[in-house]
Design a protein around this ligand. Sequence first.
Ligand code: 3YE
Length: 203
Amino acid sequence: KKRVGVLISGSGTNLQALIDSTRDPTKHSAAEIVLVISNKPTAYGLERAKKAGIPALVISHKDYNSREAYDTILHEKLVQANVDIICLAGFMRILSGEFTQKWTGRMINIHPSLLPLFKGANAWQQALNSGVRVTGCSVHFVEEDVDAGAIIVQETVPIKPDDTEESLLERIHTVEHKAYPLALELVASGRAKLNEDKKVVLC
Ligand code: 3YE
């Protein structure tokens, strides 16, 4: 199986979806989660890792002088654990070009909009305010340019007339918990690959 490291900053609901899907014996997953790293000591996702018996580390960015120094230790811990694939799951750090290059084609992220629309923070609020009638989530390969990497899986949701930020975010989260496990499975099994010209090839 491919060894997966999951990076988090918060509650870790996508981490939970990935734990559940990779451990479902009926799914014969090509992936296993072997390490969880949080940059925030209070992230509830750390409890989820502990409950699942998955090694978890806190590596706080506040303990490092520069982004490069932080990313270097992150890389070291992932390599030590023999990680093959990185999943960013609510990890709220921009990664350096050096780090993204080392993990090209082997690192994926989930973003709460239909990329390339609504990059950046609070993407679901941007969608709600824009007046579009559908939005969703995107799982993409991570490259240096934030939220611009090639897309592996997208899932749509409607935006309803009486939606609030909260109700819309909840609807997006529901589809994220399907899209992320699917995307990880495609990458871990080799059915989705990043090719030389940075396009996703599905087979
Ligand atoms: N890094 C690169 N490319 C990507 N990180 C993520 C996706 C992605 C990536 O496609 N190169 C907001 C983070 C944005 C932000 O500015 N964060 C601050 C720290 C804020 C904090 O610690 O609370 C920062 O300096 O990084 C994952 C999603 C990133 C979301």
